[in-house]
Design a protein around this ligand. Structure first.
Ligand code: AMP
Length: 548
């Protein structure tokens, strides 16, 4: 017997409709790319998204066409999120931090019809212009007064001129909820980027779930800043979840440094913000160096890579709660959340902070499996290591336009390539990416564990641990560090730092000091480049020793 409830589809347009009808006067505040602060309301967002939808129709786009965006977090990008997806097109957010060749590859692979670009990123399109194939229009997200003149792209359109003559009336179509709504490519450090195609249903379910108290816990009283870019996994769904609860949104634009975030948070009364650990370390460093207090911030959400214990402690000592989540482009992104259980209430604050460094437990909607090398589930003892597999309604079943099936053994599980331990409470801890683990004399060494320990040292700004080849042991760990200004860190400092915290065999053989560590397009340590750097440095050292 079928249930007798209405079959109303879960569409992104339902979020906008709800927001405008119930929270029409809630503000969206953006640091504009042209300079200054821009303010408007959900009501304005709705009207301008409808004008954009009319403009896209007039441009002749057909349902399912991809519309590229190269833009910071701001109100016009919000209009693209809603105007494009709600009218049945696919909002393809492009990561401007990728290499130009990768961006050209992505634009062609996605077969983008139109690209909407912030002023800052016009030079990227100029650089790849000869390589992009089917883009019929490029629209600059600005007004006539700020339009750039480009000799390479003479036909640039102006966004404000494009939408100005359009009507504010548009009936969002009642789409099938499984219709594609958004497209985001993985950063592709080892192979070509792969496209993850979100649906209306997956986006709505993910955004709804992310509002749960133990995840982001958004309420109508919150003032939310996604520092995580809208070109990276839909800014963790915040452009949708904020409208579901009706909270004020504060968009940082291009200014993601500590000083700019601090002044925006303080002037707009931001209560919760989401971003990667690097962003939070920069904010904390700035606030400490300038003896300031974060007066409105109550919680921060962190993910994308493991937050150092030191960062968690620094926030908690300011009474700011840390919400740590794990996810991937392929998981929309939220899959695991590091939440406190009732049995943890009496643990010391040190132990609670340490628990928060773990990636945590699956949220409702995400099932996990952890398989050992033999393909069988590992014991849930917090020690055995295995490969993390996930499934659920907001997990990718395959990649866009790909002949390669991503699911594990073709049985409906997505293989994350993250190596993890899992304990009896189902608390998952990432040990490493499969390819970043270091195997020394048959023992596995977690690069993440070494990095976490190193990062807590006061002289170290950022640390990476990678393998070097070793005739006797197969591989040995090497620590590569960027120091704090004027700090010193010797080989002996490294040995005493690790002694007693890890097994003797895990203590790195060498420490290499660099001016800056290379990162990939999403701000994560670029291990392939760091491994190359280590090979070159060690070869140089060996040559110098030979010359002596
Ligand atoms: P991306 O698709 O670029 O977001 O990268 C996803 C990968 O980032 C995951 O497979 C993890 O290896 C890593 N990652 C994401 N969140 C975390 C986290 N909280 N702690 C450690 N690693 C993480």
């Amino acid at each position: 017997m079928r249930g007798m409830m209405m079959n109303v589809p879960l569409l992104i347009s339902s979020i906008l409709k709800h927001a405008v009808e119930n929270h029409g006067d809630t503000e969206i505040v953006s640091r504009a790319t042209e300079g200054g602060i821009h303010r408007y309301t959900y009501f304005d967002l709705d009207q301008r998204s409808k004008k954009l939808a009319n403009a896209l129709q007039r441009m002749g786009l057909k349902s399912g066409d991809r519309v590229g965006t190269l833009a910071w977090n701001g109100y016009r990008h919000m209009e693209l999120y809603y105007g494009v997806s709600c009218s049945g097109f696919i909002c393809h957010t492009i990561n401007p931090r990728l290499f130009h060749d990768q961006i050209a590859y992505i634009v062609n692979h996605a077969d983008d019809s139109v690209i909407f670009v912030d002023l800052t990123f016009v030079p990227i399109l100029e650089a790849i212009a000869p390589k992009i194939e089917n883009v019929r229009a490029i629209v600059v997200l600005t007004d006539e007064a700020n339009m750039p003149r480009s000799a390479i792209l003479p036909n640039l359109l102006c966004y404000e001129d494009l939408i100005a003559p359009e009507s504010e009336a548009f009936d969002w179509p009642e789409l099938d909820e499984n219709t594609a709504s958004g497209l985001c490519y993985t950063s592709g450090t080892t192979s070509d980027p792969k496209g993850v195609l979100y649906s209306h249903r997956s986006s709505v379910l993910h955004a709804l779930t992310s509002c749960l108290p133990e995840i982001f816990g958004f309420t109508v009283c919150d003032v939310i800043t996604p520092v995580v870019p809208m070109f990276h996994v839909n800014a963790w769904g915040i452009p949708f979840s904020a409208l579901i609860v009706g909270a004020k949104l504060v968009m940082p634009g291009a200014n993601l440094d500590g000083a700019s975030l601090y002044s925006l948070f303080e002037s707009e009364g931001v209560t919760i913000a989401g971003g990667v650990p690097t962003v939070w370390m920069a904010l904390l460093d700035w606030v400490d160096a300038n003896a300031q207090s974060l007066s409105s911030l109550q919680r921060i959400a962190v993910g994308g890579s493991a937050p150092p214990l030191d960062m968690i402690n620094r926030f908690q000592s300011r009474n700011i709660l840390v919400r740590h989540a794990w996810g991937m482009t392929e998981t929309s992104p939220i899959g695991l959340v590091s939440a406190k259980l009732p049995k943890h209430q009496n643990l010391s604050s040190e132990k609670q902070a340490l628990n928060l460094t773990k990636q945590g437990r699956p949220i409702y909607g995400v099932e996990i499996r952890v398989d050992g090398a033999d393909g069988k589930p590992i014991p849930r003892d917090g020690k055995a290591m295995g490969n993390l597999l996930v499934r659920g309604p907001w997990i990718a079943s395959d990649y866009f336009n790909s002949r390669q099936n991503s699911t594990h053994e073709d049985n409906g599980w997505f293989d994350t390539n993250d190596v993890v331990t899992v304990d009896a409470d189902n608390i998952v801890q990432i040990v490493d990416r499969t390819k970043d683990l270091i195997k020394s004399g048959g023992e596995w060494i977690s690069s993440i564990e070494l990095e976490n320990i190193a990062q807590a040292h006061p002289s170290i700004k950022e640390a990476a641990a990678v393998a070097k080849l070793d005739q006797r042991w197969g591989e040995r760990p090497v620590l590569v560090v960027q120091l704090q200004p004027d700090a010193l860190f010797t080989h002996d400092d490294m040995v005493s730092l690790f002694s007693g915290k890890v097994g003797k065999w895990s203590i790195p053989d060498e420490v290499i000091i660099v001016d800056e560590l290379p990162h990939n397009a999403t701000g994560k340590l670029l291990k392939s480049a760091i491994r190359e750097l280590v090979t070159i440095r060690l070869a140089g050292k060996a040559d110098a020793a030979d010359d002596d």
